[in-house]
Design a protein around this ligand. Structure first.
Ligand code: NAD
Ligand code: TYD
Length: 358
């Protein structure tokens, strides 16, 4: 079996669902269930004996050691993290605790477990660390996309904490020989995405008749990958990646934020026209920029394509249509994640910059 951490969050839940849809190898899912973890994402697995859910912290070395000893996984895939840049700006502490200390404790437990394995399982074991393109810093419009050999230049507390975790993972391979794999992926979007991030926030705000808060001039560029393509890349790297290797994962879909928001508005105009008439674009509001806002991320995913034959299945056009449709089809999921804690966040983040947003 495999041990997944953070499997109740956006990407982790998609990964667990896809994994068990494609094969019967069981999954132990360790998740702390922070505000971003949601058991509803895993509702389809409620009575599925192939999925064992454990609520707990990756920083709890004793618990991780116990799970490794009990379930003897052949791989650990680490999704668990604090993942939202804006939250890291308002409160970096949790990012240091989970992304750095948590990854360190997890690595320590994995190292002890791996050292104690018999030679066959020891050789086959993998620790796959899921990371981000944000560790590479910000690009100008003309600079080539990030490759695996770009220097790390993280600019936010989030990306700095992920960079630190990547360095620890690297060091555990170099120093102790732990067979690690690292993936650095661009911005994901798709089902079960918590509506604090750009794409789901815009969809749910548009449908609620609220303002669509675009930071600064909206010309910041991100590369976007449909979440199920990220999951297939992780499976591919787990299967064929070389221990100690790093793989960039991206969708070849660089777009400025304003274009993303306009695309969402156009899809909603088609699929769920406004009752009041007119386009959802009339709800777009430019608000104060994010401090230290990275201008552009772009991923060169050639290594993964060349060495492991992976390519994304979705274009941005097909993926965003599926995503908007998923949010239209799942209003109950949306209203349940918009709990009191969610409202506190949106009040704090947007309350002073654009009163009409929340
Ligand atoms: P998310 O915030 O939606 O989910 C994170 C999950 O981790 C939640 O279920 C949460 O409860 C859990 N968690 C948090 N702290 C924990 C702890 N200490 N112990 C155990 N569980 C804990 O994040 P996501 O968007 O699904 O991202 C998953 C991973 O992928 C993260 O490592 C993130 O850095 C990375 N990543 C995300 C993106 C993206 O666009 N979302 C892109 C590239 C890489
Ligand atoms: P986000 O989804 O938070 O991902 P990241 O910061 O990790 O790339 O934001 C994506 C882009 O959208 C980023 O440039 C910030 C911008 N953005 C807005 O313009 N308005 C918003 O309300 C949010 C949440 C993000």
């Amino acid at each position: 079996m495999i041990l997944v951490t953070g499997g109740a969050g956006f990407i982790g839940a998609n990964f667990v669902l896809d994994w068990l849809a494609g094969q019967d190898e069981p999954v132990v899912n360790l998740d702390k269930l922070t505000y971003a973890g949601n058991m509803e994402n895993l509702a389809a697995l409620k009575t599925d004996s192939r999925h064992v859910f454990v609520q707990g912290d990756i920083a709890d070395g004793g618990l991780v050691a116990e799970l490794l000893a009990r379930y003897q996984p052949r791989a650990v895939i680490n999704f668990a993290a604090e993942s939202h840049v804006d939250r890291s700006i308002l409160g970096p502490e949790a990012f240091i605790q989970t992304n750095i200390v948590g990854t360190f404790r997890l690595l320590e437990a994995v190292r002890a477990y791996w050292n104690g394995l018999a030679s066959g399982p020891k050789q086959g074991f993998r620790f796959l660390h899921v990371s981000t393109d944000e560790v590479y810093g910000s690009l100008s419009r003309e600079t080539p996309a990030f490759t695996e050999s770009n220097a790390y230049e993280p600019n936010s507390p989030y990306s700095a904490s992920k960079a630190a975790s990547d360095h620890l993972v690297r060091a555990y391979h170099h120093t102790y020989g732990v067979p690690v794999l690292t993936t650095n992926c661009s911005n994901n979007y798709g089902p079960y995405h918590f509506p604090e991030k750009l794409i789901p926030l815009m969809i749910v705000n548009a449908l609620a008749g609220k303002a669509l808060p675009v930071y600064g001039d909206g010309q910041q560029i991100r590369d976007w990958l449909y979440v199920k393509d990220h999951c297939s890349a992780i499976r591919r790297v787990l299967e064929g990646g070389g221990p100690g290797e790093v793989y960039n994962v991206g969708g070849w879909n660089e777009k400025p934020n304003i274009e993303i928001v306009q695309t969402i508005c156009a899809l909603l105009d088609e699929l769920r026209p406004r009752q009041a008439g007119g386009s959802y674009t009339s709800q777009i509001t430019f608000v104060k920029d994010r401090p230290g806002h990275d201008r552009r991320y772009a991923i060169d995913a050639h290594k993964l394509e060349r060495e492991l034959g992976w390519k994304p299945a979705e274009t941005f056009e097909t993926g965003i249509r599926k995503t908007v449709q998923w949010y239209l089809d799942n209003p109950d999921w949306v209203s349940r994640v918009q709990s009191g804690a969610y409202r506190e966040w949106t009040d704090r983040q947007y309350g002073q910059t654009a009163e009409s947003v929340v």
